[in-house]
Design a protein around this ligand. Structure first.
Ligand code: BMA
Length: 318
């Protein structure tokens, strides 16, 4: 049954920042082809973005950009913050699409990212206290894998990781578990594509999971392949707080999709690719940072309470 009231709500949840895009290659202090798909966190009263920067060889690395209000006056590091390690074979073609989570037990940030090489893309982990020095903990799973993020804490003694392996050509989201952040197992499918829907061809994690009293808010991207290529849009799920392998709710409609010219036209058109989210509890504000058309970084805002009300009204899954 079509419910236009819910569709209207989904459409109105996010407001794009009027001066989008907030970061472009032209702003960069050194030559870059494109800047996109940033991880986002709040640190020392600033918003910190770890931005994926693609160079003129087509290889990517990460550079930190900071802003006090999360929208303007970005201070971009003059040099790359985290480059591919030339001694690390799985990083030979660069680093892509980071997600950051605060690991409570380690008292460090965990950065999951795609390490890319002739061996295929896979998911690696680095930890840092200060975004200046990074300890690389290596690959977590075999290729082909992407779109990964840890949860900030253990569940029944084990760390949990959402990721997106390619199996039989299908791109689906899985959740896996580890006692030590190194050895991963107990792999379970989490979120699958939906025939007929806007997310019928691929799904993958978008931002880091957000803990709320109702469960983990997990944004994901969904793709429909058309004759003109894929259209990347954003959906929302709610996972159980203590058993995050249980999907409680899932939005039927997308909640952000390519609409503005900077989302429609670029190196890869018709792409919104959110990879980081920040929340200011006092003002109920959620900032969603995303790559637009694989070229620039944009931000859209929402009220956290409205996002929660919306997902709680979405269909139950399990
Ligand atoms: C995905 C990733 C992203 C990219 C997106 C759209 O598979 O590779 O880095 O932004 O495609 O091209």
């Amino acid at each position: 049954m079509t419910n236009f009231e819910t569709q209207k709500k989904a459409y109105e949840l996010f407001t794009r920042y009027e001066h989008n895009p907030i970061l472009t290659a032209k702003d960069w202090p050194y030559p870059a082809n494109s800047v996109m798909n940033p991880a986002a966190i709040k640190l020392n009263n600033e918003t910190l973005l770890l931005v994926r920067v693609e160079d003129m060889r087509g290889f990517s690395h990460f550079t930190v950009a900071r802003s006090e209000d999360g929208f303007t006056n970005w201070k971009i590091e003059p040099k790359p913050t985290m480059m591919a390690d030339s001694n690390t074979r799985e990083e030979r073609w660069g680093l892509e699409d980071p997600r950051i989570i605060w690991l409570e037990e380690q008292k460090q940030f965990g950065i999951t990212y795609v390490s890319f090489s002739e061996g295929g893309p896979t998911v690696s982990l680095a930890i840092t206290k200060n975004f200046k020095t990074f300890a690389r903990l290596g690959t977590m799973l075999p290729p082909e894998d992407k779109d990964a993020c840890l949860f900030p804490r253990r569940f029944r003694g084990r760390f949990a990781l959402i990721h997106r392996p390619i199996v039989r050509g299908e791109a689906l989201m899985w959740i896996s578990f580890s006692p030590d952040l190194k050895h991963w197992g107990d792999h379970r499918p989490l979120i699958t594509t939906r025939s007929g829907f806007w997310d019928c061809h691929r799904v993958g994690l978008a931002c880091q999971p957000l803990e709320t009293e109702h469960g983990w808010l997990v944004f994901y991207h969904g793709v429909r392949t058309t004759t003109a290529g894929g259209v990347y849009r954003l959906g929302l799920t709610l996972l159980d707080l203590e058993e995050p392998w249980r999907v409680l709710r899932r939005s039927e409609e997308w909640i952000l999709g390519p609409r503005e010219i900077y989302e429609r036209v670029g190196d890869v058109g018709d792409v919104v690719f959110p990879t980081g989210v920040t929340v200011t509890k006092e003002t109920d504000q959620l900032n969603l940072y995303y790559g637009a058309a694989d070229c620039t970084v944009a931000v859209a805002t929402a009220k956290l309470s409205e996002i929660i009300d919306y997902i709680l009204a979405c269909p139950e899954v399990d």
